[in-house]
Ligand binder design. Structure first.
Ligand SMILES: Cc1ncc(COP(=O)(O)O)c(C=O)c1O
Length: 137
């Protein structure tokens, strides 16, 4: 008879999936195809056979992600992580909408990567002073 895991024997429960999550087996397999020495690991911006193979792989992934979220492939931008994504989205939105106003509202509970972008925009005069982040009452 196999032992059943109980809450006491299962170990700690990881509750920070907003920060990072384990990936599924299919993702591990797909990534292993890219990461190993025989894989598609080349720089996708390089114009040599290995680079072009990597580029094709990235473009396939872009189309797959677009299909999952109902977007056009050209609308999917891969970044190195959340900090870069926050920078791109917040700075881009502030710049795109600058004619509509300079109010950027965030919350004090935002991640430092979000607060830092808001502060930088405020310093540059792209947003009104005091608009970011909202102070806790
Ligand atoms: C909202 C938010 N921004 C930025 C980060 C930092 O992520 P990265 O290390 O990918 O830049 C995290 C990580 O938890 C996050 O939750």
């Amino acid at each position: 008879m196999s032992e059943q895991a109980t809450p006491a024997t299962r170990g700690p429960i990881y509750l920070d999936y907003a920060a990072t999550t384990p990936v599924g087996p299919a993702v591990v397999t797909a990534m292993m195809d890219c990461l190993g020495p025989d894989g598609c690991f080349a720089n996708p911006a390089s114009d040599h056979p290995a680079g072009r193979a990597a580029r094709a792989r990235v473009e396939l992934a872009r189309e797959q992600v677009a299909g999952l979220i109902g977007a056009e492939a050209r609308e999917v931008i891969f970044t190195s992580g959340a900090t870069e994504s926050n920078n791109l989205a917040i700075t881009g939105a502030a710049r795109f909408h600058q004619q509509r106003g300079r109010h950027l509202i965030s919350s004090p509970t935002e991640h430092k990567a979000v607060v830092d972008v808001c502060r930088r925009l405020e310093k540059r005069g792209s947003t009104s002073p005091g608009c970011s982040p909202i102070q806790a009452a």
